[in-house]
Write a protein that binds this ligand. Structure first.
Ligand code: DGL
Length: 272
């Protein structure tokens, strides 16, 4: 296993964190990326706090072993349930909750924000607490959408697909009856369903993409730490998964500009 010194390390339970990878590649084309998708243990959002904590530590330790310069938990569930691991790891570390809430609070006009996430994320009230700590006057409506994760992991994201439409309609119903003008896609899998959600909610509702906001924030951290790469190097991405690479390769193209074909390696995450 080669060390990937100077790369950005990113992890998620599966494919979702690729929404952050896509944005990082767009705004930081010189950066190398090491991605770990814990496809053998997805979904995280329906697991216990103990399990999520254990998985987050193992995922981050694997990336640290790879020699990365910063770690991004591109997972709303880990960011909501597990602690900030920067001290433990001795590395800059960020999750998705802070940057996503920051943007949502700037974007809303009527102070009514919807949050969708996994069951663990919604039960933790992480987004709601973060927003209301700064803006106690804001109303935050929460809805878990755990089944979205399975849909996305199986490539079921087509907004014309009846099954997708039915599930989106069911989960969005509480928001339809409210007057939220902003919805946080608080799980990094969900931006893949953004078109279906937007159609259901209409154009007056702004969707906040947790993968994208986290990528922008990551750039800021690297810049402030003097770690941003701008030497003309063409950034490469290296992918690792805990289940068979084939399924990951099959659907990763939905998230990325280029499919990572033949560039995905299996690792045994229990060793970390
Ligand atoms: N993509 C993850 C998140 O942002 C995890 C989804 C899951 O594994 O349940 O929450």
């Amino acid at each position: 296993m080669n060390s990937k010194l100077n790369a950005i390390g990113i992890f998620d339970s599966g494919l979702g964190g690729l929404t952050a990878v896509r944005e990082i590649q767009k705004i930081m084309p010189n950066e190398d990326i090491v991605y770990f998708g814990d496809t053998g243990r997805v979904p995280y959002g329906s697991k216990s706090r103990e399990a999520i904590n254990k998985y987050a530590r193992q995922d981050a330790r694997f990336l640290k072993k790879m020699g990365v310069k910063l770690i991004v938990a591109a997972c709303g569930t880990v960011s909501s349930v597990a602690p900030d691991l920067s001290e433990e790891l001795g590395l800059p570390y960020t999750g998705v909750v802070y940057p996503t809430c920051f943007t949502a609070a700037q974007v809303t006009k009527n102070g009514k924000i919807g949050v969708i996430g996994t069951a663990a994320t919604i039960n933790s009230h992480s987004y709601k607490r973060r927003i209301q700590a700064k803006h106690p006057e804001f109303e935050v409506l929460e809805q878990h959408c755990q089944l979205f994760v399975s849909f996305v992991e199986n490539g079921l994201v087509d907004p014309d697909d009846e099954l997708v439409q039915m599930l989106v309609r069911r989960y969005m119903a509480p928001f339809k009856e409210s007057s939220v003008d902003t919805i946080i896609l608080g799980c990094t899998h969900f931006p893949l369903l953004a078109e279906a959600i937007q159609r259901e909610m209409g154009e007056n509702v702004t969707l906040i993409d947790s993968g994208k906001e986290t990528a922008i924030y990551t750039k800021k951290i690297l810049d402030e730490a003097g770690l941003l790469r701008d030497d003309g190097h063409k950034g490469e991405a290296y992918y690792y998964v805990s289940d068979t690479p084939a399924d990951f390769e099959k659907f990763a193209g939905l998230f990325l500009q280029n499919s990572p074909e033949n560039r995905v390696e299996h690792i045994n995450i229990e060793e970390y």
